[in-house]
Design a protein around this ligand. Sequence first.
Ligand code: ADP
Ligand code: ZN
Length: 453
Amino acid sequence: MHLTARDPETILAEVFGHAVFRGQQGDVVRHVTDGGDAVVLFPTGAGKSLCYQVPALCRPGVAIIISPLIALMRDQVEALKQAGVPAAMLNSSLNADEARIVRDDLREDRLKLLYVAPERLVTAGFQQMLQDAHISLFAIDEAHCVSQWGHDFRPEYRELSGIAANFPGVPRMALTATADPATRADIIDRLGLQNATVFASSFDRPNISYTMVQRQKGREQLLDFLSTRRGESGIVYCLSRKKVEEAATWLNGQGVRALPYHAGMDAGARSRNQDAFIKEDGVVMTATVAFGMGIDKPDVRFVAHLDMPGSIEAYYQETGRAGRDGDPAAAWMCYAMSDVVLRRRMIDDGAAPEEVKRVERSKLNALLNICETTTCRRQAILSWFGEAHPGNCGNCDNCLTPADTWDATDAVIKAMSAIYRTGERFGMMHVVDVLTGKATEKVERLGHDKLAV
Ligand code: ADP
Ligand code: ZN
């Protein structure tokens, strides 16, 4: 491999084996290689890694990649090493000797890419080492972690704001697949990227179809969904470890090869199941949200949710693991008002400060809105991410089979929703007044005439 080659196209072909840049990748790469700062907002699977890996090899010095995901670091470092690129990582999974070797390599200018966990980066010792090193660029991956508006806030990301002042003139880039307008503004503000060029590609994943159904008998509905998908690889997300185990057992009983994955299993069993999912065909992984971060399997044909996730961001990130190869894939969810009540209770009982809880509640309500909408789901989801879509996508349940508004289940959903949204503390008469839009004194006083129901 030619580490002397400074031209992005040559690096792309010779090191990564790709003929052309995808979408705006080439623009980002050239901008950063020339020393510019960048905010990169691409959906999952768009190829964000190359946006920093290629400039890292085009520019002199070592690139510092900040990532909270140890599994992703390990995969990327392994892949880079196999391609002949001197890359390493520093995080809690290394023992003292391994960490010392990495630090020596950094000191001796032997690395082109160094992946670092954020809590490592901000330590005084490491900052000093960086001051002595020759740094080509900083890439902050999963940049939404800096924002309380993001679904995955990590306080140590806040410390990264110091990079701009401590390393003037070194290009900085922030990358994320999750950026509603509030999170986006927060990333730019918190990381001091006001002068960075923003590269945003459409978040639409046209090859993924969206279906959301009201849960009656969740497993039967899932089996129905799977009936046309025998032999395909997919993920079934459940809220609890117990449900993950039960769903796997039940699916196997129904002739579907399913394996469980959750943080309560021992590491050996977990990685065995993960390997089987990645290497074998037609394995269904029943999992908690612990599964999926940094897993690069292009032919996941479906992602199903047996329980409602906590936000549109979480839903979109999880369903985004389907169809990375661009072939048709399905996102299917069954939800119930009881999920909302449960999630709401989890938020209320959680340890987060009140302002964070408020954000979480509004995110939950926003997802409920999308579950309940009778118009194009793709349009509703993209609108949440600040992106206009004309609707009628032709690839979501509402576009394919428009809701029959006289169906009684719909009325029941609305009634349940009205009960929930009025705070589950009013009698039937008041809820009926809210639903029928009657302008009673009580309805107006409580602002219940402003509810979407
Ligand atoms: P993201 O981080 O945006 O989710 P990745 O960087 O993991 O996406 O890339 C997703 C997949 O797309 C990977 O398998 C990667 O090899 C592939 N890929 C990225 N860029 C290109 C390209 N220019 N040509 C072909 N494949 C690409
Ligand atoms: Zn649609």
